[in-house]
Ligand binder design. Structure first.
Ligand SMILES: Cc1cc2nc3c(=O)[nH]c(=O)nc-3n(C[C@H](O)[C@H](O)[C@H](O)COP(=O)(O)OP(=O)(O)OC[C@H]3O[C@@H](n4cnc5c(N)ncnc54)[C@H](O)[C@@H]3O)c2cc1C
Length: 430
């Protein structure tokens, strides 16, 4: 294992010339080395914000992929309303800001020596580590659902290079009219509470246009879900008779799948044959967080709610989907919002200042439900002694009511959703 000097590391990462384009990158009076693991919504936002707000920090981002495909708007790809290039973002903007981007996996963290071991063999030292690696799928939590089964019954729930979402789209295109699309939806907590229901809506929108006799069965491990009334109103109005939602109390929890026969089996043994199946499995924090001993019995990472520092290891700040988050949704918006607090706290500690406060975290989750039809849920959260709490009398959901009365509201929210996507991806990746 090689321990690289800062100059050797810059050369290894192919960024030695970067100091010409971005003079701050190897600042002589650096206040510390901030290393970020994970270039998704949380990690990219953290690296970008660190360069803007704390220019004397050396910032390194470790991410194995050359570009990032967003889960948000992946459901629109299923509906044929977005293409893969439209939801793919490069790290060129971050590099231009002076972030040292290392394309590799972080394979291990030594919290005592304060180093990150890369799959390529190098060791990267840090003063503060920012960890936003997202989720891992709990393979076989549903019997029969392993990595091989995902090739037949895609989850399309982690970004990758977009291959899983593209596979699901191809399967929908090949679905015979009159065929059945099945969804297996996990219990809480999971990434993106309204995500499965936006996906059902976008698939229904596609089927209504191209295979109007097809049906959707959504088998859910819960009895209630985010924006439920709004989604169900829309399904009744836009896709009457097409969608059957089966909650937990009606035997909705899928416990077993047969990937070859495309059968979903529920707790009480009911077998549902589908033509296309989307299994969204139970999840945990990503492997690197588990391997580093940062997770607890829930499978997620507990943190100090004021600073996002791990309660299990000093100088490691964890946010985004990997942390417990409690009442805060596992969303790109929250990953972005909390990244700024974590970076500010890490920078303050390096400079010997107290963490800034009071802190507040914002979230809006928009969902596209049909053509020119958007809905949203808003939440404002604050830290408490033990975690996070939703601020009373803040936030809420879009108004309910028949489309005839709400058409303009729905049209505007679809536009706001598009504007949100444009602005948040800019705030993370530009
Ligand atoms: C279908 C769908 C729709 C969604 N829609 C919305 C939406 O409309 N609005 C919203 O706010 N959120 C939405 N989300 C949720 C959003 O995608 C996540 O909450 C967000 O991506 C979490 O950010 P993160 O930084 O924690 O993880 P991610 O964005 O997943 O980023 C994690 C990154 O870490 C990298 N990584 C993992 N392990 C390592 C390692 N060992 N070494 C180096 N790198 C590593 C990964 O390659 C990845 O790039 C949606 C999710 C889905 C699935």
């Amino acid at each position: 294992m090689t321990r690289l000097s800062r100059r050797a590391f810059a050369l290894a990462a192919g960024t030695a010339g970067l100091s010409l384009a971005a003079p701050g990158v190897l600042h002589a009076q650096s206040t510390g080395r901030l290393v970020v693991i994970g270039g998704g919504f949380g990690g990219a936002s953290a690296a970008r914000y660190a360069r803007i707000a704390f220019p004397r920090l050396d910032v390194t981002l470790i991410e194995p992929k050359a570009t990032f495909v967003t889960c948000p708007y992946g459901n629109l790809l299923l509906a044929g309303e977005r293409t893969l290039p439209q939801i793919t973002h490069s790290y060129d903007g971050l590099k231009a800001r002076g972030v040292r981007v290392v394309q590799d996996w972080a394979d291990g963290i030594d919290a005592t020596a304060k180093t990150v071991r890369l799959r390529g063999g190098q060791t990267v030292p840090y003063d503060k580590l920012i960890l936003s690696p997202g989720i891992a799928i709990r393979w076989n939590a549903i019997e029969g659902y392993n990595e091989a089964a995902a090739e037949a019954l895609p989850h399309a729930w982690v970004p990758g290079a977009g291959e899983q979402t593209t596979l699901l789209r191809r399967q929908l295109e090949a679905l015979p009219d009159g065929g059945v699309v099945g969804f297996a939806i996990p219990p809480n907590p999971f990434r993106c509470p309204p995500g499965p229901y936006e996906r059902i809506s976008m698939v229904a929108s596609y089927l209504k246009k191209h295979k109007p006799r097809a049906k959707i069965i959504a088998l859910d491990a819960k009895d209630a879900f985010s924006k439920q009334g709004l989604f169900q109103d829309a399904w009744n109005e836009l896709y009457p008779g097409m969608i059957e939602w089966v909650p937990l109390n009606k035997d909705g929890r899928v416990t077993k799948v047969d990937a070859r026969e495309k059968v979903f089996e529920t707790e009480l043994g009911t077998r549902h044959k589908v033509d296309v199946g989307n299994v969204i499995p139970p999840q945990s924090a990503a492997k690197i967080a588990i391997d580093a001993g940062l997770t607890n019995e829930t499978g997620w990472v507990p943190v100090n709610p004021l600073t996002f520092e791990s309660v299990r290891a000093r100088d490691i700040h964890v946010f985004g989907d990997a942390n417990i988050g409690q009442v805060m949704p596992k969303s790109g918006y929250i990953a972005n919002s909390t990244s700024k607090v974590a970076v500010a706290a890490a920078a303050a500690a390096l400079e010997g200042r107290p963490a800034p406060g009071p802190t507040v975290y914002f979230n809006t989750c928009y969902s596209h439900v049909g053509d020119e039809y958007g809905i949203s849920v808003v939440g404002v959260f604050r830290p408490t002694e033990t975690g996070f709490a939703e601020t009373p009398n803040s936030g809420g959901v879009s108004p309910r009511g028949p489309l005839a009365q709400q058409r303009e509201q729905r049209r505007l929210e679809a536009l706001y959703a598009d504007a949100w996507y444009a602005s948040i991806t800019k705030d993370a990746f530009s």
